[in-house]
Design a protein around this ligand. Structure first.
Ligand SMILES: NC(=O)c1ccc[n+]([C@@H]2O[C@H](COP(=O)([O-])OP(=O)(O)OC[C@H]3O[C@@H](n4cnc5c(N)ncnc54)[C@H](O)[C@@H]3O)[C@@H](O)[C@H]2O)c1
Length: 467
């Protein structure tokens, strides 16, 4: 556990806190706040999830949570319930960590939040401070304050603050204890210390109004989405030009103004946050008459990433009907079992629709799906496969025995959508490796060679200059 903290965590003034929702955000907040010294009661409405928590089990894959659960669950520092009345006994501070999934049109569905707030406020016998950790569009805290006030008993005041969460799945506990920033949006100065006091005073704090705090989260995720889509656009260009996107983007990212993080091409971003928050950002812009062209472009590029994988498979295999294709990696990124908006799962479903017999392996994720057969061993998963597609950059996929894979497979096509297979490492194996933004240079035979034309003084030739 201590490896998840940079230094020993400074103490805070212990507060009784109710956390609503024990998902990635809520459960992480609950165990970490308990570790900081607060007294936390966590409300979870999903019966299976609650039953697991009451048995002391961690229902999500998140390093470090089990250790904190072992230390605090069942003590006065941490308990779980589905009974809001019990949870709200003598509690003023409530962290709302419920889901805010996208509606089909991209607008955020905030009904879980409305219901959760109504539930806790109805149960409160004294003033309540609702702290929204869920990701919400600007204006939500104000709306929630109005809505919640309608459920409060007489004489009970409700204040809503924004405290968006920035954790990354797979390293959520580390991120909690080592935040780049704690953002707090609050309009009531008297309640400010109740929010900021939850965290050690040394942690970097951005204190602002509620709408700004809400927008920090949306804007941060939109920027990350734009960065990934930019990397994918550069990778497409690299494929067409015979350049190596890994070298190009490494060279770009070393510029301190740009930075290398999130500048890796791949199968497009997935997960429960980036696609949803990008769509939410666009919906919010639209609601105030703006079109958010950059954010929209990031969406378009992202949706093309899966098409590009399908096209490459068709180039390599011809018709996909009746082919056997194995997918390695269903989690939307390594380090998590989360398959919400997962590119691997999306590819499996798209292939199954094209008549492909799909097998898949993931070290952690085990989605319920009829589109593919899940296999627990990667080598068994490729037996008889015409092609192998790697969709999640799990570290174990970098260590695969390529000769053994080739022996088990029928075909020799490897589509490495996350660039984990070293081209040199497989040079001796009878594989055709297609990466993203690399690996196509031998097929590169451009008809056009515009730079030469652009150097000539004369009018451009009608006929393109061939290489
Ligand atoms: N997952 C991430 O990496 C991440 C990171 C930052 C922010 N966020 C945001 O945080 C929010 C939560 O995300 P998550 O991934 O933890 O979601 P999640 O779906 O994993 O967890 C939400 C939990 O809330 C429970 N719940 C819903 N309504 C409830 C109620 N009325 N009472 C009690 N429990 C209730 C659900 O059963 C579920 O267990 C979202 O707005 C998300 O966008 C997520």
């Amino acid at each position: 556990m201590d490896s998840l903290k940079k230094t020993s965590v400074p103490s805070v003034r212990a507060t009784k806190v109710c956390v609503v929702g024990a998902g990635y955000v809520g459960l992480t907040a609950a165990v970490c706040l308990a570790e900081l010294g607060h007294s936390v009661v966590c409300v979870e409405s999903n019966p299976q999830r609650l039953a697991a928590l009451l048995r002391g089990e961690v229902p999500i894959h998140e390093p470090g949570i089990d250790e904190l659960m072992n230390r605090h669950a069942g003590t006065e520092r941490l308990s779980f319930t589905d009974d809001v009345e019990v949870a709200m006994d003598d509690v003023q501070v409530v962290l709302l960590c419920v889901g805010t999934p996208p509606r089909p049109d991209g607008e955020p569905d905030l009904r879980q939040l409305g219901r959760a707030a109504a539930g806790v406020v109805s149960a409160a016998r004294g003033d309540v401070l609702l702290i929204v950790k869920s990701t919400v569009p600007p204006g939500s805290c104000e709306a929630l304050e109005l809505l919640a006030a309608g459920h409060a008993r007489e004489g009970v005041n409700v204040v809503v603050a924004s405290n968006p969460e920035f954790l990354r799945e797979g390293q959520a506990v580390w991120d909690f204890f080592n935040p780049d920033r704690v953002v707090v949006g609050i309009d009531d100065p008297q309640m400010q210390d109740l929010v900021t006091g939850l965290y050690p005073a040394q942690w970097p704090l951005v204190l602002c109004d509620r709408r700004s705090a809400e927008l920090v989260k949306y804007a941060a995720n939109t920027f990350l989405a734009v960065k990934i889509s930019f990397a994918n656009e550069v990778a497409q260009l690299c494929e067409a030009l015979g350049a190596d996107s890994q070298k190009v983007l490494a060279g770009v990212g070393l510029d301190a103004r740009i930075g290398g993080a999130f500048l890796s091409p791949g199968p497009g971003f997935g997960g429960s946050c980036l696609p949803k928050d990008l769509g939410g950002f666009i919906a919010v812009a639209q609601s105030v008459g703006q079109s958010a062209p950059l954010a929209r472009a990031a969406q378009v590029v992202n949706s093309e990433a899966l098409d590009s994988i399908l096209r490459k498979l068709e180039v390599a295999l011809g018709s996909l009907q009746g082919k056997r294709i194995t997918i390695l990696g269903l989690a939307f990124k390594p380090g998590t079992g989360d398959v919400r908006f997962s590119p691997g799962l999306g590819l499996g479903e798209a292939l199954a629709q094209r008549g492909v017999l799909v097998r898949a392996h993931d070290p952690v994720a085990a989605p319920v799906t009829t589109s593919m057969e899940l296999v627990s061993d990667p080598y068994q998963a490729v037996v008889g496969a015409d092609a192998l597609v790697i969709m999640t950059a799990w570290p174990q996929y970098r260590e695969l025995d390529h000769e053994r894979l080739r022996e088990e497979m029928k075909g020799h096509v490897v589509l490495d959508a996350v660039n984990v297979v070293g081209i040199d490492e497989v040079a001796h194996v009878d594989f055709d490796v297609y990466g993203v933004g690399r690996g196509l240079s031998t097929d590169f035979a451009p008809v056009l060679w515009p730079p030469l034309e652009w150097m000539l003084d004369s009018e451009p030739h009608n006929a393109a200059v061939s290489r």
